[in-house]
Design a binder for this molecule. Structure first.
Ligand SMILES: [Zn+2]
Length: 407
């Protein structure tokens, strides 16, 4: 269909400049739909052969609505746009409704979304059936954008595709819903005590977690609804983490977003320390979850009896370790073989029944089993090399080698 013919067809009904222009949104960039519509209406009116069209097309549709301003109110009502019902002349009122709701929240960026009634959607679809969808933009897209511009002038915040808050207005009735987006805080933690899980434990077996200890000051300041901790891996509950482990703390539905990260980092409870706090985002959560960083562990090992010289033999552990899912976790993880590299190893003699071993290895190597051998499920192991049962008495993560992390 030619552009002119399409415009003619649209104008067989009373349609506002926005709704007219929107059907040609992909043509003539740099104009608003309203400007585009006005231009088309003028061009069509100028080129129109009055006699030719008067019979089947109402001329007033081509001249715009100002044409009717001097007529009775009743008539003006009838001439409202049959697609949007004059919503684009009403944006200020709708924006005012949003601004009123917005006062209850703290945010510096926002987005506006619309939920259109079935009638609004089907009127637009009926038009598309008549004139096609070449060059068009959906009503919803224009409303979101144009409403966003007006709201931006009423609230002290920027319209932004990655907003702090979303306002969703249902049209035509104008009720406003609010979605508060989470705050993400990147940091690195140390866990200086044993016996605390990283995240909330489903049963009441553990009273607290790193997540809960860490979240307390943040929840107080943000008045958030809840929180989540995303760690770059996790240490065993009974292991300390003396190396700095990257994490992102997510605060859901925060009421306030003003954070003094430096002072907050000092308010975190006993046993947990954090550093390098900064604001983050969901992409960083994904990155952290996917990152396979090398770790260095130090284990205190108990055995039956060794000499200093025996410890030298443990160098044979450097290389590939073949590991079946440990017995202690096999009930919740798939039972399978894995190969992980052990990259370096240091040992320290403490007594004939005690030594420490420090290993750097690929992510996913189970160090307790590297020591014990896990009844032959891990090979080689300290037990297999020393030919006696060895057990890991204490375990610490001493370094997390995440080279890709941004500082
Ligand atoms: Zn309209």
């Amino acid at each position: 269909m030619q552009i002119q013919e399409k415009a003619h067809r649209i104008l067989q009904q009373s349609v506002c400049d926005n709704c007219l222009g929107r059907q040609f949104a992909q043509l003539l960039s740099g104009l608003t739909n309203r400007e585009r519509g006005k231009l088309l209406r003028t061009l069509i009116a100028m080129s129109m052969d009055k006699e030719h069209y008067e019979g089947d097309i109402e001329l007033s549709n081509f001249h715009g609505f100002q044409f009717h301003k001097f007529e009775s109110k009743d008539k003006l009502e009838k001439k409202r746009c049959v697609i949007c019902e004059g919503m684009f002349d009403n944006l200020d009122k709708l924006a005012e409704k949003i601004a009123k709701v917005a006062k209850k929240y703290e945010f510096s960026t926002f987005l506006v979304g619309t939920k259109l009634s079935f009638e609004l959607i089907s009127r637009e679809e009926n038009l598309w059936e008549r004139v096609g969808i070449d060059y068009c933009e959906p009503l919803k897209a224009e409303l979101n954008r144009e409403l966003g511009k007006v709201v931006e002038k009423k609230v002290k915040a920027r319209y932004h595709s990655r907003p702090d808050i979303n306002f969703v207005i249902s049209l035509p009735e104008g009720t406003v819903d609010v979605q508060i987006n989470p705050i993400f805080i990147y940091g690195e933690y140390q866990k200086l005590v044993r016996g605390i899980p990283q995240t909330r434990w489903p049963s009441k077996k553990y009273k607290t977690s790193i997540e809960e200890i860490m979240a307390v000051p943040f929840m107080k300041v943000t008045r958030g609804a809840s929180h989540k901790l995303h760690g770059l891996g996790r240490e065993d509950i009974d292991a300390r983490c003396l190396g700095w482990r990257p994490f992102v703390l997510e605060i859901l539905e925060p009421r306030s977003r003003t954070l003094n990260l430096k002072s907050l980092s000092k308010k975190i409870g006993k046993g947990i320390r954090v550093r390098n706090l900064r604001l983050s985002n969901i992409e960083e959560v994904r990155r952290i979850k996917e990152e396979r960083a090398d770790k260095t562990y130090r284990a205190l090992v108990l055995c039956e009896g060794i000499s200093r010289k025996d410890l030298q033999k443990l160098r044979a552990l450097v290389g590939e370790i073949k590991q079946k899912t440990p017995e202690r976790v096999v009930h919740r993880r798939a039972d399978k073989f894995r190969h992980r590299k052990l990259k370096s190893l240091k040992t320290k003699y403490v007594s004939s029944k005690k030594f420490t071993i420090e290993v750097r290895c690929e992510a996913g190597l189970y160090v307790k089993e590297l020591v014990s051998g896990d009844n032959g499920r891990t090979t080689p192991s300290a037990s297999s090399i020393l030919q006696q049962p060895c057990i890991c008495k204490e375990l610490d993560v001493t370094a997390i080698h995440n080279l890709k992390a941004k500082k």
